[in-house]
Design a protein around this ligand. Structure first.
Ligand code: PA5
Length: 426
């Protein structure tokens, strides 16, 4: 399903020096005895997930599709990025499918929140509030505003039917509120952290509402789970990729630039940034994950990548076959000089841009490139890809000797903010 092309790394990696360490880490992951092991619920999740809940997710999604024009997904970080990445990757950026999916709860910006509330106020909307802890301030403020708007608009009883909450099974403010109000709820299992939660209701419910075949997504995840469950470094592509990342981190390339040639994959880049950044960036270690979309960003960051500080390597996520192609028409005046491309599909142009850029960056710029190649992007391939990155990330973080599943650093800004806001106890 996925090809890992290592022909453009500009260097030779001594794989044998890594094989023993990779085997040890693999065993640690499998035996669940490494740091953060109580958050390994995602590892076998494509097998162990609650099949009854998946049916409930699909049924509720159908109800939302049939009864509402908009679904507002309210969450942040791991409770937001996977759903958005999946929906944009598979439905594109100007989807005409109903209901429209929009996102809130990921910002304090009054302009963004005001505009969103104005946009939905006269539309028939449902809400999916997602928070494992139930106390995340961005999400909680937005949900309070959404709930108030909806209850005023349709009344408490109709609002209750339009609110779906995804949260911890037993504890937390959102669980308590959902029980009190009688909302339909979905579970985010206690042993799965936010950024590893895309295969739970956190990702699946919004994706199902968006019309995505979530069973196919799960079957792709399962295929990846089975395939990447072996300790042999060069046979296991997730581990090969993890070693490439570790190698460059230790050889003066502290930045990994995720590159795609598809605007609909911009949010996948954001998801990757969170997954790797929050999993590895600790104890003053870790690659800085960045992202770019080509050829768009060849007209901005491209200059830096080609000629700037030699601090990065590129990981290109390349899809061979687009879902749709566009043919370049002939123009009788040819004033733009484009007739040499007449009748050519745009995928041909995009591919040549990719090949030309690869050579420019690798040969002239000496920038290492790694290519993650997919034949096409459908729900199954996306499930496979999400799992591939998650497994890579666990190995990669353990190679760095950090806990892949905690995020102690994110608390510092919250403490300061709560103090400044006058919250009790801060
Ligand atoms: O990956 C993570 O754990 C975080 O990004 C969380 O998902 C994010 O902070 C949101 O947390 P919660 O789901 O508790 O609202």
């Amino acid at each position: 399903m996925l090809k890992l092309n290592l022909e453009h790394l500009t260097t030779k990696i001594d794989w044998t020096s890594y094989s023993e360490k990779v085997s040890k880490v693999h065993e640690m992951i499998e035996k669940r005895n490494g740091p953060g092991n109580d958050f390994l619920g995602w590892l076998k999740y494509p097998n162990t997930y609650d099949k009854v809940e998946l049916e409930k997710i699909i049924e509720c999604a159908k109800y939302v599709r049939e009864n509402y024009d908009v679904l507002v997904v309210c969450g942040i970080g791991g409770s937001y990025l996977g759903a958005r990445a999946g929906i944009e990757a598979l439905n594109g950026l100007h989807s005409l499918k109903k209901p429209e999916i929009i996102f809130l709860g990921q910002t304090f910006s009054s302009d963004y929140i005001y505009e969103t509330l104005e946009y939905i106020k006269d539309k028939k909307f449902a809400i999916n509030v997602i928070s494992k802890s139930g106390t995340t301030t961005e999400t909680a403020i937005s949900f309070r505003l959404l709930k108030e708007l909806l209850e005023k608009k349709v009344g408490k009883e109709a609002a209750r039917k339009a609110i779906f909450a995804t949260t911890d099974k037993e504890k937390g403010a959102l669980r308590d509120l959902s029980t009190k109000e009688g909302y339909q709820t979905f579970v985010l299992p206690g042993d799965i952290g936010g950024r590893y939660s895309v295969f739970t209701a956190v990702g699946l419910f919004p994706m199902a509402v968006a019309g995505i075949d979530v069973k196919a997504l799960m079957s792709g995840a399962k295929e990846a789970m089975d395939e990447f469950n072996n300790s042999k470094l060069l046979e296991n592509k997730a581990y090969t990729y993890a070693v490439v990342r570790d190698y460059f981190y230790r050889h003066n390339k502290p930045v990994e630039m995720f590159v795609t040639y598809e605007p609909r994959l911009v949010q996948l880049g954001e998801w990757c940034k969170q997954l790797f950044g929050e999993s590895e960036g600790k104890e003053h270690k870790g690659l800085l994950p960045d992202s770019a979309t080509f050829s768009t960003d060849l007209h901005s960051l491209g200059q830096f990548i080609q000629d700037g500080s030699p601090i990065l390597f590129e990981t290109i996520i390349y899809v061979n076959k687009p879902n749709h192609d566009v043919i370049i028409p002939e123009d009788k005046d040819n004033l733009d000089g484009l007739n040499y491309l007449k009748d050519k599909p745009l995928s041909f142009v995009n591919e040549k841009a990719f090949m030309g850029t690869l050579e420019a960056h690798e040969v002239t710029g000496k920038v290492p490139n790694m290519i993650i190649e997919l034949d096409k992007l459908d729900a199954k391939a996306l499930g496979y890809l999400f799992y591939f990155f998650m497994k890579t990330c666990a190995m990669s973080a353990y190679l760095l000797d950090v806990n892949p599943f905690n995020q102690p650093g994110v608390e510092v800004y919250k403490k300061n903010m709560f103090h400044l806001l006058g919250k009790k106890g801060y």
